[in-house]
Design a protein around this ligand. Structure first.
Ligand SMILES: *[C@@H]1O[C@H](CO)[C@@H](O)[C@H](O)[C@H]1NC(C)=O
Ligand SMILES: *[C@@H]1O[C@H](CO)[C@@H](O)[C@H](O)[C@H]1NC(C)=O
Ligand SMILES: [Ca+2]
Length: 223
């Protein structure tokens, strides 16, 4: 995730910006370019440091190179929370700079729904894909996730709000992004996959406060 080539670095600033707060049901963020400098800033931050959290999102891409989906960077740790796909068949999820890997099938290109939750008191990490739980793993027992974060979709930050490598950028379609400051029950993990009623939260696809930087479009889902 360190940039492989310094000349490819760019600074996440100076791109055209579009801000909105809206219900994105049945819509997607379409990241058109490959590689891409575009990203979407999520404006809702946790009010307090996190000891538990759950993040869900749905993505659709035929990329085979590494890409960042959800990047939550703080002043002291760029990979405070990161959902990263290093290659087809693997998700790598960071908390506080460390990661756990989950091997997944290298399916034909299709939408992939993932949820990740983490509990500080045990360090237990749950990974769900398409409504199914993977064997649980653990990391960063006792750690506290800082609340003051720069949160974005479609890139992997290398410092707080900062430079990123376009060859770790996401290209494709992203939808159904949620973050809760608690652990979802197994039933709610399945509800997230099925796009059913979910517990209220401040980072919700049904009321998302965001800012688009660069070439990302909000379009209707095709199916
Ligand atoms: C959600 O936002 C409201 C209004 O800003 C705030 O009062 C509440 O504490 C927030 N909830 C969480 C879980 O951050
Ligand atoms: C974290 O979640 C566990 C299990 O739901 C709960 O017992 C604990 O109180 C939570 N901790 C915080 C700080 O919210
Ligand atoms: Ca990073």
């Amino acid at each position: 995730m360190e940039a492989q080539c310094v000349s490819l670095l760019f600074v996440l600033a100076g791109l055209s910006a579009i801000s909105a707060q809206e219900d994105l049901s049945r819509k997607v963020f379409l990241f058109r370019n490959e590689p891409s400098e575009a990203y979407v800033i999520l404006k809702s931050q946790p009010k307090e440091p996190l000891h538990n959290f759950t993040i869900c999102l749905r993505s659709y891409s035929d990329l085979t190179r590494p890409y960042g989906l959800f990047s939550y960077a703080t002043q002291s740790e760029d990979n405070e929370i990161l959902i990263f796909k290093p290659k087809p068949g693997e998700y790598r999820i960071f908390v506080g700079g460390e990661y756990v890997s989950f091997k997944v099938p290298e399916n034909p290109v299709d939408w992939e729904h993932v949820c990740f939750s983490w509990e500080s008191s045990t360090g237990i990490a749950e990974f769900w894909m398409n409504g199914k739980p993977w064997p649980r793993k653990g990391l960063k027992k006792g750690y506290t996730v800082s609340a003051e974060a720069f949160i974005l979709l479609g890139q992997e930050q290398d410092h707080y709000g900062g430079s990123s490598d376009p060859y770790n950028s996401f290209s494709g379609e992203l939808a159904d992004v949620y973050m809760w400051d608690f652990l979802l029950s197994p039933n709610k993990m399945r509800s997230a996959y099925q796009d059913l009623q979910l517990p209220r939260c401040n980072m919700s696809w049904k009321n998302l406060e965001y800012e688009i930087k660069g070439d990302v479009f909000v379009k209707a889902r095709l199916r």
